[in-house]
Design a protein around this ligand. Sequence first.
Ligand SMILES: Nc1ncnc2c1ncn2[C@@H]1O[C@H](COP(=O)(O)OP(=O)(O)O)[C@@H](O)[C@H]1O
Ligand SMILES: O=P(O)(O)OC[C@H]1O[C@H](OP(=O)(O)OP(=O)(O)O)[C@H](O)[C@@H]1O
Length: 182
Amino acid sequence: MSGKLIAVVGPSGVGKDTVMEALAAAEPRLSLVRRVITRAPEAGGEAYQPVSEAAFMQMRARGDFILHWGAHGLLYGIPKSITAELAAGRDLLVNLSRNVLAEAGARISGLEIIALQADPAILAQRLAGRGRESAADVARRLARVAEPLPTGLKTHEIDNSGALGDTISAIRARLYPEYTPS
Ligand SMILES: Nc1ncnc2c1ncn2[C@@H]1O[C@H](COP(=O)(O)OP(=O)(O)O)[C@@H](O)[C@H]1O
Ligand SMILES: O=P(O)(O)OC[C@H]1O[C@H](OP(=O)(O)OP(=O)(O)O)[C@H](O)[C@@H]1O
């Protein structure tokens, strides 16, 4: 049976990368998709493939990406090779822009969406605490307005304002109905 692509989305600072790491560590069925990003290699956070803008454009022209988008002054690409991994039955976790979900749903069968939410004051606090961006970049991230989520896709809305462990249990229960919290 084909694997499912699980897209984690939500505003900057909501905890996408943190939740994805913890989920992949807890669920042996899940692997993380490594994104291609025009971000400096030393920026930290998720494991990504850092590339120059020129290299990104070349990869895009070659058709290396199944999805790509721009946000926060950066370019992001999802390698086309994920289709072979899904066909091999692997479940994959990927951090996507909310703006590419409709396209993702049209291209990839078995897409499920984890839409993370948290209170605005918590987002501000978490972004400041993360320390990856300047104060100006944090302000821009908080002001970013995304498209509403498309309808007709299998979407799980999950609140990550509380403890990380609670979020992980809630997501596992939604993705894998046979999961029982220990
Ligand atoms: N449930 C949580 N409780 C406390 N801190 C969290 C929680 N989830 C994420 N964080 C923290 O919030 C910050 C932003 O998380 P991150 O995963 O980078 O968010 P995103 O990828 O959505 O921008 C990080 O410093 C992370 O450690
Ligand atoms: O269109 P949106 O849904 O608002 O998403 C915009 C971008 O923000 C996130 O990136 P990234 O993980 O680099 O930034 P973040 O850690 O600040 O969320 C997400 O993965 C998208 O690439």
